[in-house]
Design a protein around this ligand. Sequence first.
Ligand code: NAD
Ligand code: MG
Length: 387
Amino acid sequence: MTNQKKRIAIFGSTGSVGTQTLQVIAAHPDLFEVELLTAHSNDELLVEQALQFNPNAVVISDETRYGKVKQALASTDIKVFAGEKSLEEAAAFDSYDLMVAAIVGFAGLKSVMQAIENGKAIALANKETLVVAGDIVMRRALENRVPIIPVDSEHSAIFQCLVGETRNRIEKVILTASGGPFLGKKPNFLVNVKRDHALQHPNWNMGAKISVDSATLMNKGLEMIEARWLFNLAPSQIQAVIHPQSIIHSMVQFEDGSIKAQMGVPDMKVPIQYALSFPHRIPNDFPRLDFKKISTLTFEDPDTKTFRNLALATEALHKGGNLPCIVNAANEIAVWAFLRNRIGFLDMTEVIEKTAEKLPFISQPTMEEYLESDGEARNYAASLIKL
Ligand code: NAD
Ligand code: MG
């Protein structure tokens, strides 16, 4: 790598991906420096991170917490901004090189778009951005020559398999899925599942929303849509397979039938580090895979009759238009309500299905139409739950 440090802006620094990104940066102070940190409501952690990493600026998007952050950083020269609008403005700052997009949900879309319009490289964890408006996001990235480097472990795996293969046609990509905490369970069990149970993922320690999405298999559906846009694939080229050990992070099958897989212990710091250091690989002391300790690697088809969210997301992948955006919005509302014990595990599917049936289909939406579809789907989903 060059002598100059890469200046990193972490959008969503207090989350699971955000905090792990800071761990990677802390281990390589010679390569990376923190330019900007943003958080929604966890002002205490944001302040702690700011004091440790000394960024140029921080943004707390929940405006009511501005005073606390400002006061806590009063003795420093770190600039403090607040509010949703400031997130977009910060994304347009000149002073950083790479955005780590680690905000969860639709809330991450506008800052990513702003970064793309300003020619910033993006390490993308926020898959919902591509689910909502992947065609427009990727088109603008291409037009602005902005690299979108995946952080999601499956997509990082595919990305790594594709290094050196630019001229070779992909036959299909195979996304692996752990199956989540309820693998093998049936509806009579799932009907009684509660929040705390769903938050216990066997292989990964993640934020609440993605943990629920992993339990319902919606996460894999969102990732199929994410893969479509990231790698410019036809929906029929994308397959999901259950692989409970989470050792193979995903695979690419080429025209000659040859398959490449990327493997390792499940640890998000590996794809995060690769996205920061790409195109280089840099050393670390993360745990290594010991093949003698894994007795078997197993694979099976997902049970889409039980985990119907994956079937709904697959339908959205194939139908396209604003349907993935609608499904994503309804899912965000459903997960929100499930996390507050307002609806049951299986009710989430019903909210998404009814919202997808109700909202008008648009085959080639503009960005404004995506934003409108998101808002309308949220309102309709909320009315179903009587929020
Ligand atoms: P998280 O809930 O742990 O953290 C989310 C971050 O976003 C926090 O910093 C929070 O302050 C911020 N945020 C939340 N709502 C916001 C809003 N309305 N406006 C501005 N900021 C807001 O989430 P996570 O698990 O770190 O996931 C982040 C993204 O990365 C998600 O899109 C997820 O799908 C993706 N991802 C996560 C993992 C993982 O291991 N956690 C793996 C792959 C992909
Ligand atoms: Mg993933």
